[in-house]
Design a binder for this molecule. Structure first.
Ligand code: SAH
Ligand code: SF4
Ligand code: F3S
Length: 505
């Protein structure tokens, strides 16, 4: 176990061990020696900054990267004016790549002011050979490049980059083994992401993720549960189980375990009060899972169920393996089992060959399902994916017009749907002090919506009852209520009727 390792006792003058994670502890200890030297020369601790682009999976990876840097003795400062800057990149859409190239120009100006500065890039974008070639050619001031499969090697790579000249590049095509048991520095003390699987086998025809994250690999349930128990002991109340397609969790284990079974086991862990998960592929969402979500009290009343397109013809070309009708039928089953669930989704506009009629089908699903919110994306051509070589790419002007229509529809529905809990009392996990209004804190409902209400910072990390007094379209203003008040008081409902029945609130 990582916490039990005494880094000061590691013999750093001998050869590095071959076995992982011992090898990385050795390099963490070597980096600490380098840090002490830096402190003697500069009279201060070297600083580090890890910036995340992309999804929850990358955000969790960044916590591990920060954990390693922290143990190596660098001070995580969160600012790009640091001595070591690491961008954890995303390549799901071209826009994500362009953001990184744009920021690199800025980092170069910072490096001119601080020549000791080291610049490192890792994550999904680095798994693309064309990207690495471009960086080597046009951004030679970058010091270190590594990919998604070897982030656990950061200490070794950092040591190499601190002590050698020239750009260090170490990108692997696939993962040999998942190395766990390394430190992580959580962004929040009270909530944490937990990887339950890595990679993806679905090969949706537009998507680059399977190429940059590799094949699907599930972690053993025992390891996941042990990690969550440790998190609970450390004060974590909410976990987000992470995978590109959590519904297919466990299929490739030597003793297969379903995601529904895993969920039930997590539900039994003392101290954990809320469970979320990301992402669900509609084709693998089983009745067993719907039942588990209904019966597990800690599972939040929110499901992110990416639609991508409402046209069965386009869904087939996307290789999504469900039809419009199957998707709608699934939504009905979920809503019948869990009527108060919030549904959110992802939609792509302008997939090759999308006609006006196909797009109307997407709008039709949006109107029928009435999502709490939807992430809408303009189709982006990704190297190596089958969709990139489809002949009938849609005119960008048409795509933009459809995108705006979709956005209007989604926002209009969302502003009505989101506010359905107005004037009820709900449980809120307080996340932070409010930046905009002094004396206020902000937290999230079980369905993930934000609530701002008067309160002091000591509430951060606590679950409290809040009356949602003012619906504001996409968030609420509320007022904290005493739990005894919730138990005993008569509540005035939306339409002015008075009742004492908690079910009817
Ligand atoms: N594994 C998740 C999604 C990961 S990517 C899932 O299957 O739901 C997040 C979202 O990015 C996808 O749901 C999709 O809507 C969008 N996306 C992926 N590739 C894209 C592309 N080439 N162009 C536009 N949007 C894309
Ligand atoms: Fe990409 Fe599809 Fe895998 Fe999601 S399920 S990561 S969209 S290939
Ligand atoms: Fe982006 Fe990689 Fe996630 S491509 S969306 S950061 S898995």
């Amino acid at each position: 176990m990582y916490n039990e390792i005494n880094l000061e006792k590691i013999e750093i003058n001998s050869d590095p061990p071959a076995k992982e994670p011992d090898r990385q502890y050795y390099f963490i200890a070597k980096c600490r020696e380098w840090v002490r030297e830096f402190e003697r020369e500069n009279g201060r601790c070297p600083t580090a900054c890890v910036q995340t682009f992309g999804c929850q999976m990358n955000a969790r990876d960044s916590e591990k990267l920060r954990g390693i840097l922290g143990q190596a003795g660098l001070e995580n400062c969160g600012k790009e004016e640091a001595d070591f800057v690491l961008y954890n990149t995303c390549t799901v859409r071209d826009h994500a790549n362009q953001k990184v190239y744009g920021r690199l120009g800025y980092l170069q100006t910072l490096k001119k002011k601080n020549p000791r500065m080291k610049i490192a890039l890792c994550g999904c974008m680095m798994q693309e050979p064309t990207v690495v070639e471009r960086i080597q050619k046009s951004y030679p001031f970058v010091d270190l490049i590594f990919g998604t499969h070897n982030i656990y090697k950061l200490a070794e790579l950092l040591y190499c980059c601190l002590t050698e000249r020239g750009m260090v590049v170490d990108v692997w095509d696939s993962a040999d083994a998942v190395v766990e048991d390394l430190p992580a520095e959580r962004k929040y003390s009270f909530k944490s992401g937990v990887n339950i699987m890595y990679g993806c086998n679905n090969f949706c025809s537009y998507c680059i993720v399977p190429y940059v994250r590799g094949r699907e690999r599930s972690r053993e349930p025992g390891e996941i549960l042990a990690e969550i128990r440790r998190l609970a002991a450390d004060g974590v109340k909410e976990v987000m189980l992470l995978g590109q397609n959590v519904n297919s969790y466990g299929k490739n284990l030597s003793e297969p375990v379903s995601f529904a079974e895993l969920l039930r086991q997590v539900d039994c862990i003392d101290g954990i009060e809320r469970i979320r998960f990301m992402t669900s592929h509609p084709k693998d969402l089983s009745s067993e899972l719907i039942l588990a979500m209904k019966e597990c009290k800690k599972v939040c009343r929110h499901l992110h169920l990416p639609l991508q397109s409402g046209s069965s013809r386009i869904l087939e070309r996307m290789n999504r393996r469900y039809t419009k009708e199957q998707y709608l039928e699934l939504v009905n089953r979920i809503r019948q089992a869990i009527p108060d669930i919030s549904l959110t989704t992802d939609i792509i506009v302008g997939f090759p060959g999308e006609t006006e009629a196909d797009f109307e089908e997407t709008l039709d699903v949006v109107r029928r399902v009435r999502y709490d919110s939807a992430f809408t994306f303009i189709y982006s051509k990704r190297t190596k994916t089958p969709a990139a070589s489809m002949g009938d790419q849609v005119d960008p002007v048409v795509v933009k017009e459809r995108f705006e229509r979709l956005l209007r529809e989604v926002q209009q529905i969302s502003s009505q749907v989101c506010m359905r809990d107005a004037h009820t009392i709900q449980e809120v996990l307080v996340e932070c002090e409010n930046d905009h209004q002094e004396g206020y804190v902000s937290g999230r409902l079980s369905n993930n919506l934000l609530v701002h209400f008067p309160g002091d910072p000591s509430l951060v990390g606590k679950l409290v009852s809040v009356e949602l007094t003012e619906p504001k379209g996409f968030y609420y203003i509320g007022r904290m209520v005493d739990r005894t008040e919730v138990e005993n008081e008569w509540i005035i409902t939306d339409d002015g009727a008075v009742c004492g029945d908690k079910e009817a609130i």
